[in-house]
Design a protein around this ligand. Structure first.
Ligand code: CTP
Ligand code: CA
Length: 230
């Protein structure tokens, strides 16, 4: 087994972490989101704090989302901003970008937003309805475009061809690292990806060979990922 990294090896490092789901409102009382709980982001933040880093944490909130639980002594090194939409996430993250050394994008950002959310409550009717949606903002792409030497670690959950899709994303998005993991097809169970305390997959690097990381707790995976990118 790998030796535990010494506490404090990330002292002086400042990292921006996006986490959790984003949501897109339909009307005053309804919204669309995805299965993200924020667990992977919380694990990356907790490990960063444990090793001495400063964390700027932009969290998409929804019912039951998991927040990092920094030990009291590290609270001062953690700044948390809660958002709902992809657009709010991009705005909050952009504000932190100039002060950080790197970006970890664990957030499951909604790729589409409802074009014209109703300000009131839409009433029930028996006719079929159609919801017009538009592409939402690319949070990571927006940060990349504004970057000034920061490194980037992205995450990708894939149902098919995990490593090939992951490699394509790493190249296309111009990232330094991308962790790609299989995620269950609709209706199936899985020990990787959304809503479970474990994860496993492959860390792809712009330079260097892929690092296979078998299924383990998200806390342990966060340790291994931080050690690999540190
Ligand atoms: N991401 C983001 N903003 C978006 C979409 C994705 O910041 N609007 C980030 C995620 O946080 C993740 C990375 O980009 O770190 C890859 O997300 P993913 O959804 O896998 O990429 P997409 O290009 O949206 O591909 P797909 O069509 O498979 O959803
Ligand atoms: Ca996406």
């Amino acid at each position: 087994a790998a030796l535990a990294a010494p506490i404090g090896d990330l002292t002086g490092v400042k990292v921006l972490i996006t986490a959790g789901p984003t949501t897109t409102p339909i009307d005053a009382v309804r919204y669309i989101t995805n299965h993200s709980t924020g667990r992977m982001g919380a694990a990356m933040a907790e490990e960063a704090l444990r090793r001495g880093a400063e964390v700027r944490y932009v969290l998409g909130v929804d019912k039951g989302v998991v927040r990092p639980v920094p030990p009291d002594r590290t609270q001062a090194r953690m700044t948390l901003v809660e958002v709902r939409t992809a657009e709010q996430m991009a705005e909050a993250a952009l504000k932190f970008l100039p002060e950080v050394d790197g970006v970890i994008a664990t957030a499951a950002v909604m790729d589409y937003r409802v074009a014209s959310p109703a300000s009131g409550k839409v009433k029930r009717a028996s006719e079929p309805v159609t919801l017009d949606m538009l592409p939402s903002i690319d949070v990571l792409g927006t940060l990349k475009a504004a970057a000034n030497g920061q490194w980037f670690l992205g995450f990708a959950a894939e149902t098919d061809d995990v490593e090939a899709n992951g490699r394509g994303k790493l190249d296309k998005k111009g990232l330094d690292f991308l962790f790609a993991n299989p995620v269950a097809r609709a209706g199936e169970a899985s020990d990787t990806g959304f809503s479970v305390p474990t994860n496993g997959g492959v860390l792809l690097r712009r330079e260097g060979t892929p690092l296979a990381l078998p299924v383990m707790s998200k806390a342990e995976l966060a340790r291994r990922l931080w050690t690999a990118i540190a």
